[in-house]
Write a protein that binds this ligand. Structure first.
Ligand code: PAF
Length: 280
């Protein structure tokens, strides 16, 4: 497994691999890797000949400075986790390499960036689009792999490649969960033992909500989810929304012929956790 920090080196290695007829699969990450990331790498390895992983904590997508400062940075550990996987090349640039000057680009994803995460994390998706568009341009992958935990991000990345006419297939990958159901996230590392013990209540509530969907209206169920999560003294719901899986329009009636996803953001102390569940 090769590790590079410079764009030229990255592009040269990928160019050679492509010339040899290999397809390129790409997994962008911010490091602090966990089995969820490794499952993306594994899927990338099944679907492509040459797998590139980027590790870069992107400052432009953090609307909360403390979150950026406290985001775990564990490069050596990340590299040892990636070594036995399908990953063949790691790109771990410095901030100055990715942003030699301020990125002033403003993307417009319309409604997709105004709801849910977009409403509570202003500028977040613009920062994601800035870094992912740069990375896609550098790596030029055939396929890129994203976890379904960041469901809204996935929808926006699909819109991004469409807007920029990039010939990249975006592959959604299943949410990986701990044994107690908590969705895997780099932020879980920052939970105290008590918070960690209580955080699975989020997914337990989402699962129960799916079972209750036939008994309540959409509006009643949304209220039920928020009040049930908030009954736990360690958790405070920021939003729970049920949307369709393409345009992120709020679902109003169960009869609406849409694929429905229930998305939640919850504060657990200072840590903000997100999760989602498909309503069938
Ligand atoms: O999902 C993430 O880890 C980040 O948002 C991404 C896609 C790597 C961009 O920094």
């Amino acid at each position: 497994m090769l590790v590079v920090k410079e764009i030229k080196e990255l592009q040269e290695l990928i160019r050679k691999k492509k010339e040899e007829g290999n397809t390129v699969g790409f997994v962008p990450t911010m490091g602090a890797l966990h089995p969820g990331h490794l499952s993306l790498v594994n899927i990338a390895g099944q679907q492509s000949d040459f797998v590139v992983v980027s590790i870069f904590v992107n400052p432009t997508q953090f609307n909360d400075k403390n979150d950026l400062i406290n985001y775990p940075r564990t490069l050596e550990r990340d590299l040892s986790l990636l070594d036995p996987t399908a990953c063949q090349l790691v790109f771990a640039p410095e901030v100055a390499t990715m942003y030699p000057e301020e990125d002033k680009r403003q993307f417009n994803f319309g409604k997709l960036e105004q709801v849910m995460e977009g409403q509570f994390r202003p500028g977040h998706f613009n920062g994601v689009a800035q870094v992912v568009s740069k990375l896609f341009d550098m790596v030029k992958p055939d396929k890129a792999f994203f976890g379904l935990k960041d469901f809204q991000q996935l929808v926006i990345i699909k819109a991004l490649v469409k807007q920029l006419s990039m010939p990249i297939e975006i592959v959604p990958c299943p949410i990986m969960r701990e044994e107690d159901g908590l969705a895997m996230s780099s932020r879980n590392q920052r939970l105290s033992p008590e918070q960690r013990e209580n955080a699975p209540h989020i997914y337990q509530t989402l699962k129960e909500a799916r079972n209750k969907a036939s008994e309540m209206s959409v509006k009643e169920l949304k209220q039920w989810v928020v009040s049930t999560i908030d009954q736990n003294p360690y958790l405070q719901t920021e939003y729970f929304e049920i949307t369709d899986d393409e345009d992120l329009n709020a679902v109003e009636r169960w009869e609406d012929p849409l694929n429905k996803v229930g998305c939640v953001a919850v504060h657990c102390g200072e840590i903000r956790l997100i999760d989602n569940i498909v309503f069938e």
